[in-house]
Design a protein around this ligand. Structure first.
Ligand code: MG
Length: 256
């Protein structure tokens, strides 16, 4: 069941979005060779609480971290660890979420660690482009398949694999609500997008095959061929005026 949000509720979600975005950006500034993903996690948790939020991921289904930190061939849900130390040339997806007054914000960005290969750079740029295209499709009059198609067309034109098993989602008082928001699909198909729907749109794009591998810890998901993967995410509200990004610091009214 899709839980639509009133304009007042969307307004209320902005604070969780603001904190999620600020923490993501600040963690991103601390991404550099020699830093462990546990250090990034501790910094993120401190900042989320300092800003007046509660980490959305910590304890979610038993997840131990306040961020997901997924390096190189790791797609999503990497558990922060002192044993994972970033090195020059890595890429790292950081996913952060905050809860404020019961509302959840969720966003992710893939950062370069120092200088990276042109191949990885292109993957990052393309995946970010996929995310913006998906966000731009989140408007009344479109259907759910328009979001997935927008993402898939850009990724596959570059020969990249679009992850199937993990998708975006509705979001509100729960981090994961209906509907699922696949990063693949056909235009003009699926449910109609309506004002009041709030979605986390999050393309996960692989340099090679779209196929994934669930790792033994029950959380971490990697590419099956070991090639790198990128992940970008924002929480967006569908309004009469079009998509409204909620996970942003630069004034809440910024349209896509
Ligand atoms: Mg998400």
């Amino acid at each position: 069941m899709i839980i639509k949000k009133s304009p007042a509720e969307i307004e209320a979600m902005k604070e969780a979005g603001r904190i999620s975005a600020k923490v993501l950006r600040e963690v991103g500034k601390r991404v550099q060779p020699g830093v462990s993903t546990l250090e990034l996690d501790e910094f993120a948790e401190t900042l989320i609480r300092l800003e007046g939020g509660v980490p959305a991921f910590k304890g979610y289904g038993g997840f131990p971290g306040s961020i997901c930190a997924s390096v190189n061939e790791q797609i999503v849900h990497g558990i922060p660890s002192a044993a994972v130390v970033l090195k020059e040339g890595d890429i790292i997806s950081i996913d952060t979420g905050a809860v404020v007054d019961g509302w959840v914000g969720d966003n992710a960005w893939t950062y370069a660690v120092g200088s990276i290969s042109p191949e990885k750079q292109h993957l990052l740029e393309t995946t970010e482009k996929c995310m913006w295209a998906g966000l731009d499709a989140a408007r009344p009059g479109n259907r759910l398949g328009d979001i997935g198609a927008a993402v898939q067309e850009i990724a596959e034109a570059e020969g990249y694999g679009v992850v199937r098993e993990y998708v975006g989602h509705g979001i509100g008082r729960n981090m994961h609500e209906d509907p699922n928001v696949p990063n693949y699909g056909h235009r003009h198909t699926g449910i109609k997008l309506e004002p009041g729907m709030v979605l986390a749109i999050e393309p996960m794009i692989n340099l090679g095959t779209y196929k994934t591998r669930q790792m033994p810890d029950g959380w971490l998901v990697c590419t099956r061929d070991g090639k790198p993967s990128a992940h970008f995410e924002k929480t967006v509200a569908i309004t009469e005026d079009g998509p409204l990004v909620l996970t942003t610091e630069e004034g809440h009214r910024r349209p896509v």
